[in-house]
Design a protein around this ligand. Structure first.
Ligand SMILES: *Cc1c(COP(=O)(O)O)cnc(C)c1O
Length: 361
């Protein structure tokens, strides 16, 4: 490791929240990781410091031109108290892909992962233990230079904050109602839809808000050009089970390449369940339903893991999927992924990274 990580202790630790009412993203641990970038020193001053507000210039470029990217992964505490991360090197790689697209200087992936491990070890008592719970890890980078000209910033800050989380949706595997959006789009080819940048989420909120007002949990996005091909749902990738085969939109440059999506595909292949990445139109999905062949629909993402879809509305038509029950494959995938993450199932893929030699209380 080329730089030492400084540790700045806080005077008093916070009171930990009730593990039964964590929700998602509501509580933050005692410490965060911080690192700065400028042209003279590159990425420098790595430190673990108290989680607390900090000062910024009103002219900081992120407020005006939105160079802001993030990642999301989780730390788990297994039955015997071992702490593990799930495929974190994929998040480090994707962070750099996001940096590249937003003209943010690359980070040293190995060093950041090491810093995250150290932070999680410091905060091990914040990792909840129990069904559906984890410590959500949110690394993010934003531009800090005070300047109003439009060009990439010369200064950035990287922070990693931690949030103990329960199940993403209150009732984890209860199938949700989804609205297929035809008026608004999330991302265009050649744009930034394939990376985790803040603007994608800002752009999605109007449609999401309208959908919620109408009783839907999430939006299913279609391609921006033809308004025809399925892209993804909320902040999850989407899968359809049609006549025994799993189908998911192929990565086309406007879809976010999810770690959970990749894990689902690998698990299905391992189980010899047919799975295909392809361009799939919403019309085909509704036609499959018409033929009685649409067996399951589910979203896949770090926060919710697997989120079954019980109802889809498109162009004024609503269809009910699998009687609004959790599908067999959805349940099997959820059990397998969470089992590997929590260490209760064997990990044949080498996906979990144990944080060495540390046993939590
Ligand atoms: C993060 C995200 C996903 C899921 O990615 P995971 O790595 O599985 O968490 C899917 N779509 C969007 C838009 C996302 O932001």
């Amino acid at each position: 490791m080329k730089q030492d990580i400084q540790f700045v202790r806080r005077d008093e630790l916070k009171t930990k929240p009730d593990p039964n009412s964590l929700g998602f993203g509501k509580y933050y641990s005692d410490y965060m990781f911080s690192m700065d970038y400028n042209v003279e020193n590159g990425w420098h001053d790595p430190k673990i410091v108290p989680y607390e507000p900090f000062m910024m210039e009103p002219a900081a470029m992120v407020f005006h031109y939105g160079q802001a990217i993030f990642e999301g992964l989780k730390a788990y505490k297994t039955g015997d108290g071992t702490i593990q991360l799930f495929r974190p090197e994929k998040n480090m790689k994707r962070l750099n892909d996001s940096c590249d697209r937003l003209c943010i200087p690359q980070i040293d992936e190995g060093f950041l992962l090491e810093a995250i491990k150290q932070l999680v070890i410091v905060e091990k008592d914040w990792i909840p233990q129990g069904e559906g719970t984890s410590l959500y890890i949110r690394p993010f980078i934003f531009s800090t230079e005070p300047y109003l000209g439009v060009r990439p910033s010369h200064q950035y800050k990287l922070l990693v904050i931690l949030s103990p989380s329960g199940a993403y949706y209150g009732d984890q595997l209860s199938p949700v109602k989804i609205y297929v959006e035809e008026q608004y789009v999330r991302a265009v080819l050649g744009g930034v839809g394939h990376v985790k940048t803040a603007g994608n989420y800002a752009a999605s909120m109007k449609a999401q808000e309208i959908a919620e007002e109408n009783g839907y949990a999430q939006i299913l996005w279609l391609d921006a050009k033809e308004n025809k091909y399925v892209e993804e749902v909320g902040s999850m990738n989407i899968f359809f089970k049609i006549n025994g085969e799993l189908v998911t939109p192929q990565l086309n440059g406007s879809i976010l390449p999810g770690v959970t999506r990749d894990s689902v595909i690998q698990l299905l292949q391992y189980w010899n369940v047919p799975v295909r990445e392809t361009r799939v139109s919403i019309e085909e999905i509704f036609a499959a339903h018409e033929r009685g062949e649409l067996e399951e629909v589910f979203g896949a993402g770090t926060a919710a893991v697997i989120s079954p879809v019980g109802e889809l509305t498109w162009n004024g038509h609503s269809i009910v999927i699998n009687d609004k029950q959790i599908g067999e494959v959805s349940q099997r995938l959820y059990d397998a992924i969470t089992g590997i993450q929590l260490g209760s199932l064997e990990d044949p893929f080498g996906w979990t990274l144990k944080i060495d030699g540390v046993k939590a209380k």
